[in-house]
Design a protein around this ligand. Structure first.
Ligand code: PEP
Length: 263
């Protein structure tokens, strides 16, 4: 089964419209004339989506190389939800992907598996492709709870989603202890977790769906560790925070992660 790797930049609360424009112009000029055997997604803050949409659907050359992602969406439709952004608003800016259940949303904003499940369903109703984040804390890993944490996040997060939905969902395995810390999971730790997540999907949806679903790794991915991580059989791309903020670094991760690793 060939799964097309997907590299997604999660800019978190960084880069307003003008910095977004600088990044995109620089990134596109660097990839001029090249194509990569992967999908590339940029997820800026909400307020930068109109600029990104203008650039990518406007005059800039090479623009189709990048797809637009959002970092969150509301589980509600419309109405009295101050500060929230719904899925149809995202669609207006050509958003195709939406990150759901990031560990920062879980830990800082109190998102539970039930909320994440509602957001995944809402995203699918609008035909958005969720990047569904899961991962354990260091205490959970050290306490021998890795598998039970992932099992709960996967089963509760995906409750009620269909096989058809699963064809449009990307899972991002992001060990919380590796996010923004500079500590990366070893390729063996990452591969083991990814294989386990794939086995969970197989248990819920069957082996065909499990073989097709893309599982990204996230957690301090950098140009220097991308090749080794991406060479693992169950790792299908990366969700990248800090190292995606600079065009050269993001591109090097994509390059290194899509070129076969030579020993
Ligand atoms: C993330 O925020 O999803 C992430 C993986 O961040 P970083 O690459 O900075 O660890």
């Amino acid at each position: 089964m060939i799964r097309k790797p997907i590299f997604a930049a999660n800019w978190k609360m960084n880069k307003g419209a003008s910095e977004t424009e600088d990044f995109v112009r620089s990134f596109l000029s660097k990839i001029q004339g090249q194509s990569f055997p992967c999908e590339i997604v940029i997820a800026p803050p909400f307020v930068s989506l109109p600029k990104l949409a203008d650039l990518l659907h406007g005059a800039v050359q090479n623009a189709s190389a990048i797809q637009i992602g959002a970092q969150n969406c509301s589980q509600f439709d419309a109405g009295a939800y101050t500060g929230e952004v719904n899925v149809l608003m995202l669609r207006e800016f050509f958003v195709h992907f939406v990150i759901i259940g990031h560990s920062e949303r879980r830990a800082i904003f109190g998102e539970t598996d039930a909320i994440i499940n509602a957001k995944l369903k809402k995203a699918r109703e609008a035909n958005l492709k969720p990047i569904f984040c899961i991962g354990e804390t260091l205490a959970q890993r050290e306490g021998g709870m890795l598998e039970s944490v992932l099992r709960t996040q996967v089963t509760e997060g995906l409750q009620g989603l269909t096989e058809k939905d699963m064809a449009e969902i990307v899972i991002a395995y992001e060990p919380v202890w590796a996010i923004g810390t500079g500590v990366t999971a070893t390729s063996q730790q990452a591969q083991d977790a990814h294989a386990f997540v794939r086995s969970l999907v197989a248990g819920l949806y069957g082996t065909d769906t499990a073989e097709r679903i893309r599982i990204q790794y996230g957690g301090s991915v950098k140009p220097g560790n991308a090749a080794e991580l991406m060479a693992c059989p169950d790792i299908d791309g990366a969700l990248i925070g800090g190292a995606s903020l600079e065009p050269h670094g993001f591109l090097e991760i994509i390059r290194n992660g899509t070129v076969p690793l030579v020993e």
